[in-house]
Design a protein around this ligand. Structure first.
Ligand code: ZN
Length: 277
């Protein structure tokens, strides 16, 4: 009898589980998806001005096609990167210090070869390359003054402490280069001139050149299909031009939807009324 008494509830439990399962499955698609949307904090989308006019923006696109204006622009919040004689803008310097510390923890000894460069310094550098290699090659490896990311204080060239492959494509194959490619985005940096990006960026592969764009955007770019910052920037610009509805417009849309939802019952009620008469 004890088997009987124990058996019935077990069977009932089994049946109720079988019945409950399809119900849970029906409810499932709306549940977790809706919860995810609510839980995710929306990333503040950059405005069109931030992307095109604001040269202080971390998302400013600076290149030969997008020169600085004025050409001798200088950021206001430069500071020395600790342990170096080089400067970056405040947030970029802090981010780079964290990156170097994290690299050391992973047994990668990296150092900063170059960071902020003034207009005059860039002019001297570019003219030097021009004299050495000729204009054509100089423009593939260096930016004319007023078009360099180093001038906005958001770019840094990184090397191994051993000096192996410094400022050479083979840096990408070193342990330090691989570490950078894998971890830079966690600190808000991107590898600005990727191996397959020369047609878009106008620059040869520079696995050592980091550009700070902020952690959220660097991670978003990593997740996106954009290979180059130019492509990512274009996508952000396109999105910034899509008009986001105001709170009043959203309320109006919701009200319109509510009216639609109530239409069929009204019709049913009138049929019911006729029938009763
Ligand atoms: Zn560089």
């Amino acid at each position: 009898m004890s088997l009987f008494r124990g058996g019935i509830p077990a069977i009932l439990l089994g049946v109720s589980l079988v019945l409950a399962a399809p119900l849970a499955a029906l409810a499932a698609p709306a549940g977790p998806a809706a919860a995810t949307v609510r839980a995710e904090k929306p990333r503040k989308a950059p405005t069109t001005d931030e992307l095109t006019k604001d040269q202080d923006s971390y998302l400013a696109l600076v290149s030969r096609d997008h020169p600085l204006d004025p050409a001798n622009y200088k950021p206001k919040d430069l500071r020395t990167i600790s342990g170096t004689g080089l400067e970056l803008r405040q947030d970029a310097a802090t981010a780079l210090e964290s990156l170097l510390k994290a690299a050391r923890k992973d047994s990668q000894s990296l150092n900063v070869l170059s960071a902020y460069r003034s207009y005059d310094r860039q002019l001297a550098l570019f003219n030097g390359y021009k004299a050495r290699y000729g204009t054509d090659y100089a423009t593939r490896i260096s930016a004319p003054a007023g078009t360099s990311e180093h001038q906005i204080g958001l770019a840094a060239d990184i090397g191994m402490s051993s000096g192996r492959c410094d400022l050479k494509a083979c840096f990408g194959d070193t342990s330090g280069g691989k570490w950078l490619a894998a971890n830079a985005a966690d600190f808000g940096f991107i590898i600005r001139y990727p191996a397959d990006g020369e047609k878009v960026t106008g620059y040869k592969y520079e696995p050592w050149h980091l550009r700070f764009i902020g952690v959220d955007q660097a991670k978003a770019m990593e997740k996106s299909k954009s290979v180059t910052f130019e492509q990512f920037h274009a996508a952000l610009l396109k999105a910034s031009k899509v008009k986001t509805p105001t709170a009043a417009e959203i309320k109006k849309q919701r009200e319109a939807l509510l009216i639609l939802r109530f239409l069929p019952p009204y019709r049913d009620w009138s049929i019911g009324y006729d029938f009763a008469r």
